[in-house]
Design a protein around this ligand. Structure first.
Ligand code: HEC
Length: 157
C-alpha cells in the first residue's frame, strides 16, 4: 500500500487491524491518557532558556519482548507499507538510520506516531492508544544501529 491508497480502504484496514490488536494490547488502552506537550529534548533553546514542557517516559524502554510485539504491530498497522520492511524506508523515511526530522528521543518518536506529522505521517494515537504507541516506540528504538552512514547522525544522545 502506498500514500495514495484511498482513505476508505485505509480506514477499513485500520479497523480490521484494531480488532487483531486487541489480543496484543491491554484493556486499559480503551481510554488513552492525553500526553502533555513535550519538551523537545533535541531542540536548541534560545538563550539556553528551555520552555516548560512535559516529560514522557517509555514504560517499556529496552524491553526485548515489547520490541518484538512492536515489530508485529509495525506490520499489522501497515507502518511497513510506507516505511519499508524493518523500517528501512520507502515513501516514508528510514527509521533505522537515526537521522530524525522530528527528534529521536522516546517522547519525540512517541509524538510523531501519536499525533502524526504534516508531510504524510498519519496520527495513530486515536487508533492505538498510549500502550500501542509505546510498543511501537520500543520497537523503533530497538532497531540495530546502522554504522556506515554517509553523513553524521542528527540524533543527540
Ligand atoms: C501513509 C504512509 C505512512 C504510514 C502508514 C506511516 N507513516 Fe510514519 N511517516 C510517513 C511520512 C511520509 C513521514 C514523514 C513526515 C514528515 O516529514 O512530516 C513519516 C514520519 C514518521 C516518523 C518521524 C520520523 C522523523 O524523522 O522524525 C515516525 C517515528 C514514524 N513515521 C513512524 C511510523 C509508525 C510507527 C507507523 C505505523 C503506526 C507509521 N509511521 C505509519 C508515512 C507513513
Amino acid at each position: 500500500m502506498n500514500a495514495r491508497t484511498p482513505v476508505g480502504l485505509l480506514l477499513a484496514v485500520l479497523a480490521l487491524s484494531a480488532c487483531q490488536q486487541r489480543a496484543l494490547l491491554p484493556a486499559s488502552n480503551a481510554a488513552p491518557l492525553l500526553p502533555p506537550a513535550v519538551a523537545y529534548e533535541a531542540h536548541e533553546a534560545a538563550g539556553g532558556r528551555v520552555p516548560p514542557g512535559g516529560t514522557l517516559r517509555n514504560p517499556h524502554q529496552g524491553d526485548p519482548a515489547v520490541a518484538a510485539n512492536g515489530a508485529l504491530l509495525f506490520t499489522t498497522m501497515n507502518c511497513d507499507g510506507c516505511h519499508g520492511p524493518d523500517a528501512s524506508g520507502s515513501v516514508g523515511p528510514n527509521l533505522a538510520v537515526r537521522r530524525w526530522r522530528y527528534g529521536g528521543a522516546d517522547a519525540e518518536v512517541y509524538m510523531s506516531i501519536f499525533y502524526g506529522r504534516p508531510k504524510g505521517m498519519p496520527a495513530f494515537g486515536g487508533a492505538l492508544g498510549e500502550e500501542g504507541v509505546w510498543t511501537l516506540v520500543t520497537y523503533i528504538r530497538s532497531l540495530p544501529k546502522v554504522d556506515n552512514l554517509a553523513t553524521e547522525s542528527w540524533e543527540k544522545p
